[in-house]
Design a protein around this ligand. Structure first.
Ligand code: S3P
Length: 164
């Protein structure tokens, strides 16, 4: 069995995914980290050199190669569902779980660093609001929705396990 974590930037997919993997004795894989390893470049640099469209191709190409994963928690980049067809690919990989976080929490978390290329805009707050508005309905197509608001990491991990 595999578990696929989806959700907006800063919702905790990587941190929660790692903890969940430890609890379940599963492997952990993060699409951004895997792309970085394969391309030998940071996501931010890939965006800068090749642009968003090429990065989305890299995401889809990776997903197509992940169909044989086993006992793995897969954390995904926040924009992965913007490519048509990726939701189906993710569903074929494992159980999809949306880590639902409110806008306020997201703004607080993503403002802690500047490594997110999608937010290198004149008004990052406005960009977050816009992207969140566009993507919320995509994430909501996950099989399970876990509300993470103000919950401690271990609590979120427990909630996911209880829902499986
Ligand atoms: C993106 C989210 C990032 C990363 C890339 C694009 C997005 O992942 O894939 O910067 O479009 O929302 P995180 O969700 O881990 O920040």
């Amino acid at each position: 069995m595999n578990i696929v974590l989806i959700g907006f930037m800063g919702c905790g997919k990587t941190t929660i995914g790692r903890k969940l993997a430890v609890r379940l004795g599963y492997h952990f894989l993060d699409t951004d980290h895997q792309i970085q390893r394969e391309q030998n470049a940071k996501v931010k640099d890939l965006f800068q050199i090749y642009g968003e469209e090429q990065f989305r191709h890299l995401e889809t190409d990776l997903l197509r190669r992940l169909c044989k994963l086993e006992n793995t928690i897969l954390a995904t980049g926040g924009g992965i569902l913007t490519t048509p067809g990726n939701l189906d690919l993710l569903r074929s990989i494992g159980i999809t779980i949306y880590l639902k976080t409110d806008l306020e929490d997201i703004c607080e978390r993503v403002s802690r660093n500047d490594r997110r290329p999608m937010l290198q805009t004149e008004n990052p707050l406005e960009t977050i609001q816009q992207l969140f508005g566009e993507r919320e309905s995509m994430y909501s197509q996950a099989e399970y929705i876990i509300e993470t608001q103000s919950l401690k990491m271990w609590h979120i991990v427990n909630k996911i396990i209880q829902n499986l």
